[in-house]
Design a protein around this ligand. Structure first.
Ligand SMILES: Nc1ncnc2c1ncn2[C@@H]1O[C@H](COP(=O)(O)OP(=O)(O)O[C@H]2O[C@H](CO)[C@@H](O)[C@H](O)[C@H]2O)[C@@H](O)[C@H]1O
Length: 468
């Protein structure tokens, strides 16, 4: 089969969070199964664009209302990612350093989707499936099915994967004229809450909808930032497919970013060396348990509670624990996490920012990884932690519920039911008790490192879904 993935992110080209990881891995694993998976994404003004070689495969114009922008599509020549990668370059809109966060993001991603479809509309053959990821590519199923200029693509099945239903990309009906012409009586397919809502439009128009874990599929029928009833209604064409992880990028036995690589056999010495290196850099005590949090500092991740959780845990344990944070997001949370450094020198530290290398080093060197998420469609961090022998402490929600079992239930992690200062504090205490039993910790590490969360299974599940 030929599968075209449309996405705003793809690791290592551009990554803000888990979407990048998924789109950087799934196509590679689909190719390994004998299919032809390709990725189409915006060409941002970043290192990847500057440091790799490309050929131009399309040169045209994209029309957005009364504005015309030059649009070019570049193909990466060396197949570095293990699949064909196409970057949509639109001067004045997409060629910026950041992926998101501009006032004209609506125009940017609309132009991206239209230019990409204009290009595909010119192909002599048709792909078997168009697979869209999140709201940035959510208007594609509508446009393919309804816009006159793409009429000949309308029989291609479109799949939407929802990585996070919190973000929907809504904009006002005053921008309707940006869309290529379609029969106006179909406008209701675009509408949700009196706005043009790209995620809602994709849920209505896609042939199939998937979520990134089975539990998240259950949860969005009653918690989906306003889309609950729509998702409940479209349940019949929806499926939950648990994400995998890229075992080649995330391999503690070969990871060039670690101080010391390690396998299941050498996990004890390997984790010890990585923990020592981290503790030296961040002025922490290598004899004490090291708890960590990695992620976007937003409400969904429970990040607003972290300063209070950490303050209490460090006070109550008499600083018998270490905490290290890596993240960026809400400036108020960033400030509070930075402030804690002055109170708890030697037991607490935080790196506020994005740092891919450091994230690998933390998964390898930490004892415990905290994920007190309010919403977690799948979560990849807990799976990276497992692969690197770090015990996850998670709220039982979404994909966390599907991947982590509590030690009290014969499992290997620590689970709690609510995102509250008390619940997480209690879980930190349980982890401390576990840490005192080093024989048990070592057994758990070996066990979790041997769990298989690779993409092999999920890549096949997507193929089965396309062929249904
Ligand atoms: N400051 C930082 N420095 C370095 N690396 C950082 C970082 N902050 C985050 N990361 C990395 O970004 C990724 C985060 O992935 P997640 O799946 O946990 O979250 P996200 O909410 O972005 O993704 C959404 O999509 C994914 C994919 O489907 C779902 O798993 C998830 O539940 C959903 O919310 C991990 O690779 C993590 O290491």
């Amino acid at each position: 089969m030929e599968i075209i993935h449309f996405s705003a992110e793809c690791y290592p080209v551009a990554k803000v969070g888990g979407l990048g990881d998924v789109v950087g891995a799934l196509p590679k694993y689909q190719n390994k199964l004998g299919h032809v998976a390709k990725v189409v994404m915006p060409a941002y003004h970043n290192k990847f664009l500057q440091q790799n070689e490309f050929e131009v495969v399309y040169d045209g114009w994209v029309r957005l209302g009364s504005n015309n922008y030059q649009a070019r599509i570049f193909r990466e020549k060396a197949n570095k990612l293990g699949f064909d990668l196409f970057l949509v370059h639109i001067s004045g809109l997409l060629d910026r350093e950041k992926v998101y966060g501009y006032d004209d993001d609506t125009e940017r991603f609309l132009a991206f989707q239209i230019a990409a479809l204009d290009w595909i509309a010119q192909w002599e053959h048709r792909p078997d499936v168009i697979h869209c990821h999140d709201h940035h590519t959510g208007l594609i199923p509508f446009m393919v099915g309804n816009c006159y200029q793409y009429r000949h693509l309308s029989h291609i099945p479109t799949v939407l994967t929802i990585h996070n239903a919190q973000y929907q990309g809504q904009f006002g009906w005053d921008k309707l004229y940006y869309l290529p012409a379609y029969e106006l009586r179909n406008s209701s397919k675009l509408d949700w809450g009196n706005c043009i809502n790209p995620l809602a439009a994709a849920i209505k128009c896609a042939w199939r909808v998937t979520t990134v874990s089975p539990s998240y599929l259950e949860e969005i029928s009653y918690q989906a930032n306003g889309l609950e009833s729509l998702l409940a209604q479209e349940r019949g064409k929806s499926a939950g497919i648990l994400n995998g992880i890229d075992n080649e990028v995330w391999d503690p036995a070969k990871d060039p970013m670690l101080s010391k690589t390690f396998s299941v056999r050498t996990v004890d010495s390997g984790k010890k060396a990585n923990k020592e290196a981290l503790c030296t850099v961040f002025n922490l005590d290598k004899e004490k348990p090291l708890y960590t949090f990695i992620g976007r500092l937003v409400g969904e991740k429970g990040a607003d509670l972290l300063p209070d959780i950490f303050y209490n845990a460090l006070q109550q344990s008499n600083r018998e624990i270490n905490i290290l944070v890596l993240g960026s997001g809400d400036p108020h949370v960033e400030d509070r996490l930075n402030e804690l450094k002055h109170h708890f020198k030697g037991s607490y530290n935080a790196y506020i920012g994005y740092n891919e290398v450091l994230s690998h080093q933390i998964y390898a060197g930490a004892d415990f990884l905290l994920m007190p998420s309010r919403v977690e469609p799948c979560g990849l961090n807990q799976m990276y932690a497992l692969r690197y022998g770090t015990i996850p402490i998670v709220r039982r929600i979404g994909g966390l519920k599907d991947t982590v079992t509590d030690i009290g239930d014969g499992g290997f992690g620590i689970c709690h039911d609510q995102t509250s200062v008390w619940d997480v504090g209690h879980a930190i205490g349980r982890a401390y008790e576990l840490f005192l039993d080093q024989k048990k910790v070592k057994d758990i590490r070996k066990y979790i490192m041997s769990l298989d969360h690779s993409w092999d299974l999920a890549a096949q599940q997507y193929i089965d879904l396309y062929q249904m």
